[in-house]
Design a protein around this ligand. Sequence first.
Ligand code: GLN
Ligand code: ZN
Length: 789
Amino acid sequence: MTKNIQIHIPGFPRIGAKRELKQALESHWRGETTAEALEHTGRELRARHWALQRDAGLDFVTVGDFAFYDQVANHIQLFGCEPARFGFAPATPPLQRYFAMARGVGNSADGDGTTPTACGNPACAEHAGQAEQSGHEGHHGAALEMTKWFDTNYHYLVPEFSPLTRFALAGERLLAEVAEAQALGHAVKAVLLGPLTFLWLGKSKRAGFDRLSLLQQLLPVYGALLDQLKTLGVAWVQIDEPILGLDLPGAWRSAFDPTYWQLNQVGVPLLLATYFSPLEENLSLACRLPVAGLHVDGVRAAHELTSIADWLPHHKVLSVGIVDGRNIWRSDLDAALAALAPLLAKRGGKLWLATSCSLLHVPFSLAGEDQLDAEVRGWLAGATEKLAELALLQQTLAGADTAAALQQSRDAIAGRRASGRVHNAAVAARLAALPADADRRAAPFAARQAAQRERLRLPLFPTTTIGSFPQTAAIRAARAGFKRGELDAGQYRGAMQAEIADAVQRQEALGLDVLVHGEAERNDMVEYFGEQLDGFVFTRYGWVQSYGSRCVKPPVIFGDVARPRAMTVDWTVHAQSLTARPMKGMLTGPITILQWSFVRDDQPRARTALQLALAIRDEVADLQQAGIAIIQIDEPAVREGLPLRRGRWDEYLGWATRAFRVAAGAAADTTQIHTHMCYAEFNDILPQIAAMDADVITIETSRSDMELLAGFGQFRYPNEIGPGVYDIHSPRVPDAAEMVRLLRKASAVIPAGNLWVNPDCGLKTRGWAETEAALRQMVAAAHQLRAEQ
Ligand code: GLN
Ligand code: ZN
């Protein structure tokens, strides 16, 4: 007899409790270990993770969520659609082809994997090592492009589709893993990406080609795969169609019905899984599809649960993702039970419970965080703790005596809610008293521009850089030594000041107009600030996979954010003391800090953003007070914070741009505020970018040959712009002529008086030799442009 309440998870982190997969991959890529050894590690990790699921009491283990690099890449092999451009010889082993697609061929790309970063954008400086491989479109062996998995900081490899694409059931891996789990005695739920989501996530390699037209060809291959899974005797196949939570074009929506009608013919029970977003206009479509069950995100689509419970026919399984798979907070089990009660009543007591989405997006466990105090640790839950929460919910609903465990959970929730460490009255008071015009500079841009010109007296086409200079081995060693206590504070400060002096001297020798201190003291642009702010904690092992073997360890914002003291003033003032040229202060903006952290779930993101904004605002005021005339507030993550549904963009952009303006709002008219954003499609949010009202914005645009800038021109972007004139993702040194050409192109769309000259992004991943060579050319290009005016 099957239980009324069953529990499962859409997926589990595969990197391993101690990032074993990362180590195994990187040593294999270095040629130190064989493919067999890597496969062995994979098998061990799977076995361990399935055992954890079974031991926690899950009714099925999930098979198919494992990948040596990326789950989407697994599907490319599974469905036999490796791009022909790789020209693989028939005898090339599948794993070798797989890594070639993931990492490119003819590249020694082992830069990745060693230094964790907080950056969510593989196209920016923080991820330059990887972007280098994929940056060269057209090179036949270039890695597949990477892009963000929905609104997460995980990056998947983008399938390439063209009229020549053919599908065939090619990969053996999934079937072998199912057999592996069965041999270990597990009840198996296999997981697959649905055909529509798979096609959606890919890109058309020929202009005008509609990848949806490949569906008819793809479906029989899915059918054959499902048939084999059925033969193997899997209990369920979870088929992920998260695109049901997006604004879908009509043709894609109407493809769902016939697709699932066809796949359902195979006769293996299908659990259609959606996550990350409410279903909205796709709700009744999702409920009606001819499948055996539907999984919905009980956190992001909580308000839809009642209608789904009503609309989903009673013979179908409803799986409610009640435990948050996107954040690291312990669940409020009382609230969960209260939310489930009416659903259970509607569903005749039958329900599946799950995490909202795959646990890929949370750390493996937070139980071993020995440097967090027990109180804060008790508020957190990683993947393994979330399994236990599901089990506790199941047991409670099955009538077991769980009072003691529930009480413990209740105490932790109550403790967090009441904690004086979470709530800071001064912060609340400041927010409440914030004047409505705190987000406004005193004068409009034109007046500020005049005042700043008067003060700064910069030449036309002023040259600058984005902030970071090469993070040399010596810098990293000093920072690590300081963290380990081998260098004392004085020695560390001395070492960093020497690095700053070196950077200043090199910039003066190059003849740059606006200098930076180089960010030697920063390991990471978010962590550096988080470590100095109240309301943040840092885990030791809270790694989350970002792509391939790369993991990030996002800071945790658990309480009201406040800035106890200045964070950057000493370094910046020291740097300014070494030069007569303007020294640009360098800050990370509130939205980027928010976006690259785990954020508290007990208040709206907008409120946390505003608290961060006030902390940065204070830093702006202090820098200004110390005589710094130019302050850059980096916001590379503004674009990636956009909600999945367009209908919510305005709301987000409203509070996000206001947070930026509040941060910048302390600047006097004579203080020039810069912002920086990395490569992204900005054209659809130009009015909002303009509304941030930074005096200068630097953007990455060299790789698009200034195409990106055309939008700014058409929109008549009112303030000053520094379009990146060379790509920092490559060690190649561009020549001045190339940059002159780009700058002339830029002057055609932006008034020359509003143009700055700078690289695309920060230079932390580059070496000094190539950096100086490139900047010398850049300065020469600016001089040539000035001469032409
Ligand atoms: N100021 C930062 C740097 O130069 C900006 C990095 C980024 O855009 N991600 O490194
Ligand atoms: Zn950047």
